[in-house]
Design a protein around this ligand. Structure first.
Ligand SMILES: Cc1ncc(C[n+]2csc(CCOP(=O)(O)OP(=O)(O)O)c2C)c(N)n1
Ligand SMILES: [Mg+2]
Length: 892
């Protein structure tokens, strides 16, 4: 093993080793650990200088980081806490077993909480501080699968009724139930953070801790010693997101962050590292990233054995076993442990000779020993200068005995037979007789029992209950008409892109008296791509250490300015990390009572497509803010090719219920959407957030054509009427984003060359139109006796004559999905298929979305309706220069 400690290198005499160890012990005793560490460090340097090639290892031995003699006194009533914990264990188990008796296969997890109970209970009784008026409180990310334990505790606390517990995983039952996992959307007064999609919570926790510092450094909240705790599974650390940002945490010296990894050595299918040691692997990763690592491996029962072992044999032996062997040992008898663990060396056997087999079996692991866990937590909260990770060894399914303790199947265990229930009851001393116990009732001692009194008193001392979520921010008051008015007026012929227009708005918002400070611009190394570099200088890039160097471009106007009170979160190339910052800033209204308004600007292809699960979590969390998909559109982003050109994101935004997705064409549309978004989210407190695509194609921005605000927000409005409304050949053309200009050009071609008069509509949001249509249909279905409602699309087009043609820079499915509410057949053009490295003109030809194809589609629709001759189409194809045999973009 990596961490093997050889006690007899190259035949060195025991005696000599002994002497070295004794002199270190005496230094430790006389001068303390710091001096001892200094000596070791000097010895290491001396050895290196003298040519000794010391192998690098980021590992420490397979032992507790905090030795017994440095453990603090446990401040609580350990016996009482054990009894409370046992009751929680019982109720958590009862919740799952009962639910599965009522409804087969409803699911739930027993073994995760069973292994983590002590890790949580020490936190609840001694560390997790609630949010209150006076103190912001600690932030805790609970492991999703451990939720039955959190519910069971809230039941004892009197916060959740037995009926709610009864309806665990049956949320739709009368009176409500409990969601399977932490979902703020479903339990907005209880859960704060959705954690069950594994790997998201560690990353979110890191950026949350950093965002807390950002708020402090910008003077938006007082500096406190509040902590962010994240509880993870050891299997969960295999998710790339889990460890993906750990160097950010140490670089930023986030000593307000504590990870607790429940190392039960198992995941769902079996061991996490059967042939290795997950704890040592994680230790070296975190130590390598300069975290403070605290291993809590062995319980207090091991301490006297360690004390007897003056030669370090025990630690050496512990480092030799792989996790598969450890898993076997925890389910084995004392005799087996003696033979297979201690039996490897007669001297080890001697160490445990006075101990019975039964006491060998009862040797606890560190994560099940409150004293060891308390010591680790205390060290973690007091540690300065770096984040801490606690690697706590536990047994998966602890206490389940034959029903699953330490077994590979334990993760899926949801049912216990009568004997297993009785055994569990006896092991944890639940006051239920043999008969009652098999009914698995919820058990809560009387309100005046010592257990309930103690539990309440502990929470009172820590400021209240955890988890608890509330909206603590005050609503904004201004309407910001003045701020956005300028953008309604158009660019007076000046060619600008919608991205530039948005940046102009952002710049102005940053100066606003009410919202200026609240804006949090977030970029994943793309500020220059979006023309935002001017903001570097004006509002600065946040850096917790300011700027220790003179930037290379200091003499330029827009130099790269980092500052401690900088406002921009320049996250580097991490859309996941940026999204985690967006989540922290977008939920600060609840977490901190601060209405920060995040604007996360990124390449639109790397948003919904790449980090959709974070967006889903943000939706669950009721996050507020604006996602800006930059340089969007499959044919508008020229040159960049297949990976970058986005024709997908508006389709991928469809499933997220509370995302408002817009594909605006003009600056005034963006201004209307953002102004209304700020009102809805930060004045009216709606749990929605926005996705807006912005493009890099420059064109003159028109002034807002009358009062079309309502139409912009609802998804469509008539932008330009046909010049000749009396014409025989009529059409309605729908365009979105930059393709709206192609539609406007088609309108002209149709008018001048083919005598077709077309109205042009700007469709700002197919998602809004779709939702409205679906909702209207639903209402009509459920209220068939009443006057039917009319979908907004149908209303808009009620008197609109002619054929219907839609074109966007996204998949054709977007217009198609609303076509059923249109008065007639719709022809849809869009950009299905892989992008190409090309210029805009060629791309729009390739994807068949330019003005020529829109013209052709319109003529074809008229032909199908019998309004024009086929020969006109043949001629048009020629005149427009369309290659009828060109490759099909969808499949090429
Ligand atoms: C992203 C994701 N993938 C898969 C799952 C399914 N899943 C739920 S729990 C689990 C095993 C968890 O093991 P570990 O992280 O070690 O936690 P433990 O229960 O052992 O504490 C898996 C694979 C999930 N919830 N999220
Ligand atoms: Mg595990």
């Amino acid at each position: 093993m990596d961490n093997e400690i050889s006690t007899q290198p190259h035949g060195m005499e025991d005696l000599e080793i002994q002497e070295w160890l004794e002199s270190l012990d005496s230094v430790l005793e006389s001068s303390g650990p710091e001096v001892a560490a200094e000596i070791l460090e000097r010895l290491r340097a001396h050895a290196t200088v003298n040519g000794i090639d010391l192998p690098f290892s980021a590992n420490t031995p397979y032992a507790n980081t905090i030795p017994a003699r440095l453990e603090p006194l446990f401040p609580g009533d350990q016996e009482l806490e054990r009894r409370i914990k046992s009751l929680i264990r019982w109720n958590a188990l009862a919740m799952v077993v009962r639910a599965n008796r009522v409804e087969h296969n409803i699911g739930g997890h027993i073994s995760t909480y069973a292994s983590a109970a002590t890790l949580y209970e020490v936190g609840f009784n001694h560390f997790f501080r609630a949010r209150s008026e006076e103190f912001e409180g600690d932030t805790v990310y609970f492991q999703g699968h451990a939720s039955p334990g959190m519910y069971a505790r809230a039941f004892l606390e009197g916060r959740l009724s037995a009926q709610k517990l009864e309806n665990f995983r049956r949320e739709l039952k009368p009176g409500g139930g409990l969601s399977s996992y932490p979902h703020p959307w479903l339990m907005p007064d209880f859960w704060e953070f959705p954690t069950v999609s594994m790997g998201l919570s560690p990353l979110m926790a890191i950026y949350q801790a950093r965002f807390n510092r950002y708020l402090e450094d910008r003077g938006m909240k007082p500096a406190t010693d509040a902590k962010v705790w994240a509880f993870l599974g050891d299997g969960e650390t295999d998710e790339p997101e889990s460890l993906g940002a750990i160097t950010l945490a140490s670089r930023e010296k986030l000593d307000n962050l504590i990870f607790v990894v429940n190392c039960n050595l198992q995941r769902l299918d079996g061991p996490v590292r059967g042939n290795g040691q997950i704890i040592q692997e994680l230790e070296s990763a975190f130590r390598g990233a300069r975290w403070n690592v605290i291993k809590v491996l062995w319980g207090s029962e091991w301490d006297p054995i360690f004390e007897r072992d003056t030669e370090g044999l025990l630690v050496k032996r512990m480092g030799e076993l792989v996790d598969g062997e450890y898993q076997k040992l925890v389910v084995s008898s004392g005799a087996y442990v003696r033979e297979h663990f201690f039996g490897s060396d007669p001297r080890l056997l001697q160490l445990v000779e006075p101990m019975s087999d039964e006491s060998l079996r009862r040797l606890r692991l560190g994560g099940h020993d409150p004293r060891k866990v308390y010591a680790a937590y205390k060290a973690a909260v007091e540690h300065k200068g770096s984040p801490t990770v606690i690697l706590a060894r536990t047994i998966k399914g602890y206490g389940l005995g034959e029903a699953g303790e330490g077994k590979n199947v334990t993760h899926q265990q949801k049912k216990l037979n009568e004997d297993e229930l009785r055994e569990f009851r006896s092991r944890f001393g639940i006051p239920l007789n043999d008969e009652d116990c098999i009914e698995v009732p919820f058990y809560r001692p009387a309100e005046d029992s010592v257990e309930i009194q103690y539990l309440r008193a502990r929470r009172e001392a820590l400021g209240g209950y955890v988890p608890a979520r509330s909206t603590r921010s005050k609503a904004l008051v201004a309407d910001h008409d003045e701020l956005f008015k300028e953008f309604h007026e158009g660019s007076e012929g000046r060619e600008v892109s919608t991205t530039m227009a948005f940046v102009g708005m952002l710049r102005k918002m940053l100066k606003d008296a009410e919202i200026g400070k609240l804006i949090v611009p977030i970029v994943p190394d793309e500020a220059r791509t979006f023309g935002m570099e001017s903001l570097f200088r004006t509002v600065g890039i946040y850096s917790s250490v300011g700027q220790k160097y003179e930037p290379v471009d200091v003499n330029t106007l827009l130099y790269y300015k980092e500052a401690k009170d900088g406002q921009i979160l320049e996250e580097g190339i991490t859309e996941a990390g940026s999204m985690a910052s967006f989540i922290a800033a977008g939920s600060a209204y609840a977490t901190h009572g601060i209405n920060t308004i995040p604007f996360f600007i990124y390449y639109s292809m790397f948003g919904f497509q790449r980090i959709a699960d974070f967006i889903w979590a943000a939706a669950d969390m009721r996050v507020r803010g604006f996602l800006l998909g930059g340089t969007a559109g499959r044919t508008t982003l020229s040159g960049e090719g297949l990976q970058h050109q986005d024709g997908n994101s508006h389709v991928l935004a469809l499933p997220v219920p509370n995302v408002k997705a817009y594909d605006p064409a003009f600056a005034y549309e963006i201004a209307v959407i953002i102004q209304d978004g700020i009102r809805r989210m930060y004045k009216d407190g709606e749990s929605v957030f926005y996705y807006i695509t912005v493009m890099n194609e420059p064109y003159a921005m028109p002034a807002m054509p009358g009062d079309v605000k309502d139409g912009i927000l609802r998804g469509m409005y008539r932008f330009r009427r046909a010049a000749h409304s009396k014409s025989k050949l009529r059409a309605q053309l729908f365009g979105s984003g930059a393709i709206l200009n192609e539609v406007l050009r088609a309108q002209e071609i149709l008018e001048t060359k083919y005598g077709v008069s077309a109205d042009v509509w700007s469709v700002t949001s197919y998602k809004e139109l779709y939702n409205d249509g679906v909702e209207t249909e639903r209402w009509n279905r459920l209220h068939s006796g009443e006057k039917p409602r009319v979908p907004y699309v149908s209303k808009c087009l009620a008197d609109a004559p002619g054929v219907l043609v839609a074109a966007s820079d996204y998949l054709k499915t977007l217009p198609n999905m609303i076509s059923k509410w249109m008065p007639r057949r719709l022809a849809s053009l869009g950009t299905d298929g892989f992008g190409r490295s090309e210029g805009r003109t060629s791309l729009r030809d390739f994807f068949e979305v330019d003005s020529r194809f829109i013209t052709l589609a319109t003529l074809h629709e008229l032909f199908v309706d019998g309004k024009i001759e086929g020969s006109i189409i043949d001629k048009a194809i020629k005149d427009l220069g369309i290659n009828a045999d060109k490759p099909n973009p969808v499949i090429s």
